[in-house]
Design a protein around this ligand. Structure first.
Ligand code: 8YV
Length: 325
């Protein structure tokens, strides 16, 4: 990176991947605050900061507290923690980290699906508790992946990667999106309810937006049916968690596998208490390999912006923002 960037103040609000921090420290003038909170912005910070590298978001108040801000480099493909619309209105570019995590997240989604259908974590616990010796084989699972009809809510890059894995495992694939995706032959359903009614395995990769808020609700779960399996690898905000807990408890659907929750890291007790809920602590992209690639793309966006006036992966809301040089 050119020597010219070393004097550029880049704010890191709250925790961030170690590799990303090391790179920001090496290539920019790092500024740290405890969390993405405008009240923590001092006059010196306000007078100097031109970029943000964040894993914890950036709301309108923080953006407005930084008059020299040019770019927010979000660490993650999902940027629901960043007020991208407000950033666009302020002429501030927002970037994210797509592609580098696609296959990793798809692997996790598939692993979670198999764990949920075949109870693998509980079968391992049975062995480790000595019950195989004491009580015999782990009970046969009532569910199987065989012959399932899968539906993907949010057919983007990660959705496509999951679809490839589903096909490789012999499952049929259908999907729901705001609009059909060109160039793919999977069955498209214009509404989530129609998709849920047509399949028995629903996998959500939907981003957290106002339009997707609690999209997976009691109605959708009832349409999925008693043999239904729901997997969420996208955002917890897209699910009505109370309705989901009820549906799992009363047999409206058979099981769910969840990697994301509405109020992370807190998980509703109602879900924790359910034997037919397989729960993961948002580990979709959580390998050293993939998080390092995310860190590099996050910081590379800052680098190319400040040295060449262009972004590598701008989010759609700010794709028209060009350099102020
Ligand atoms: C997170 C993710 O970024 O990329 C996303 O949208 O949800 C994850 O990869 C990660 O948990 C760091 O917050």
């Amino acid at each position: 990176m050119s020597a010219t960037t070393s004097a550029i103040a880049v704010l890191v609000p709250g925790p961030l991947n170690d590799h990303a921090v090391k790179r920001v420290e090496a290539e920019f003038a790092i500024v740290r605050i405890e969390r993405p909170d405008a009240s923590l912005v001092t006059p010196e910070i306000a007078a100097s900061v031109r970029g943000i590298a964040s894993m914890t978001g950036a709301d309108a108040a923080l953006i407005d507290a930084l008059p020299k801000l040019e770019i927010i480099a979000n660490y993650g493909v999902g940027y629901d923690g960043v007020d991208a619309k407000h950033a666009a209105a302020r002429g501030v570019l927002v970037t994210n980290t797509p592609d580098v995590l696609t296959e990793e997240v798809a692997d996790t989604a598939f692993g979670l699906l198999i764990n949920t259908v075949r109870d693998l974590p509980k079968a391992e616990a049975w062995l480790r508790q000595g019950r195989w010796v004491k009580d015999g084989p782990y009970p046969l699972t009532s569910l199987t992946l065989r012959g399932r009809r899968a539906g993907i809510f949010g057919m983007g890059r990660i959705g496509m990667a999951i679809a490839r894995r589903l096909e490789a495992f012999g499952l049929s694939v259908a999907y729901h999106n705001r609009r059909p995706v060109d160039g793919i032959s999977y069955a498209y359903y214009p509404t989530l309810k129609e998709l849920a009614a047509a399949v028995d395995t629903l996998i959500s990769v939907a981003p957290g937006t106002a339009a997707t808020a609690k999209a997976v609700n009691a109605d959708i779960l009832a349409a999925l049916g008693p043999d239904g399996v729901f997997v969420n690898i996208g955002r917890g905000s897209t699910v009505d968690e109370e309705a989901l807990a009820r549906a799992l408890a009363d047999g409206t659907i058979a099981a769910a596998g969840l990697d994301v929750f509405a109020d992370e890291p807190r998980v509703p007790q109602a879900l924790l208490d359910l034997p037919n809920a397989t729960l993961l602590p948002h580990v979709g992209s959580a390998s050293v390999h993939t998080r390092r690639a995310m860190a590099d793309l996050c910081v590379d966006n800052l680098g190319t912006w400040f040295s060449e006036g262009r972004a590598l992966t701008a989010v759609p809301e700010t794709a028209d923002i060009v350099s102020r040089r």
